[in-house]
Design a protein. Structure first.
Length: 252
């Protein structure tokens, strides 16, 4: 799974799964654009990449703002000459009962988790289409309704992730003529900062572990391994697929 000569943009890359993706894809040879809302935190990831012998640049942006997304892609092209891989990873997850949810709560989640994926995919696909090749990997979730599961308190999050699944399949069809592959990963319970509130609640952790046959949370690096596979030529005949990485949660 060699990515030498490839250029990858990873959103939400200042920590958690995005950081793990950036470090692993860099080890595989890719040049990385570390993109997130905090330039300082992105620079820290860039420093780690450079220490392991890789090339990377940091970019601060708001994934829900089209102008900022386009500026990020321009930065990648100006710095490295092209874009080969997009990992749409930026997202938020805030528990709130449906009847207490505000329009602002709903809009913020959908803007970041779904609109942001659309904007980044569109901007990157325009560059990929010029070279007739590219890979887009979207991070969805097992919390996505009919093709996954629902979860109390996450109606907005579930809607956004279900949208990502549908977007992935449709983009795979539309972008195939340009030799652009589009796939998604549906993680289960992953040990990242986003899961910190669950980890500090013994009852919540007990409930989750009861649902996961492997009886543990996944590691960010385990998602990164799947990202690398889908980003590489090892998956050259795979597009429009959602890969579930959940320790067996959906099998129960």
């Amino acid at each position: 799974m060699d990515l030498k000569g490839k250029v990858a943009i990873i959103t939400g890359a200042k920590g958690g799964m995005g950081k793990a993706d950036a470090l692993l894809l860099s080890k595989a040879g890719a040049k990385i654009v570390v993109a997130d809302i905090s330039r300082e935190e992105c620079e820290k990831v860039v420093d780690e990449i450079k220490k392991q012998g890789g090339e990377a640049v940091a970019f601060k942006f708001d994934v829900s703002k089209e102008a900022e997304v386009e500026a990020m892609v321009k930065k990648a092209v100006d710095e490295f000459g092209k874009v080969d891989i997009l990992v749409n990873n930026a997202g938020i997850c805030q528990f709130k009962p449906f009847l207490e949810m505000t329009e602002e709560d709903w809009d913020k989640t959908l803007d970041i988790n779904l609109k942001g994926y659309f904007l980044c995919a569109k901007a990157c696909a325009k560059e990929m289409a010029k070279q007739k090749s590219g890979v887009i990997v979207n991070i969805a979730s097992i919390v996505m309704g009919q093709i996954g599961k629902g979860m109390v308190g996450l109606s907005h999050y579930s809607a956004s992730k279900g949208g990502i699944a549908a977007l992935t399949k449709t983009l795979a069809l539309e972008l195939a003529p340009y030799n652009i592959r589009v796939n998604a990963i549906a993680p289960g319970a992953i040990d990242t900062p986003m899961a910190s509130s669950t980890k500090t609640d013994p009852k919540a952790m007990e409930g989750i572990m009861a649902m996961v046959p492997l009886h543990r949370m996944g590691k960010a690096e385990e998602i990164a391994n799947t990202v690398l596979f889908l980003a590489s030529d090892a998956s050259s005949y795979i597009t429009g697929t959602i890969v579930v990485v959940d320790g067996g949660w959906l099998a129960g």
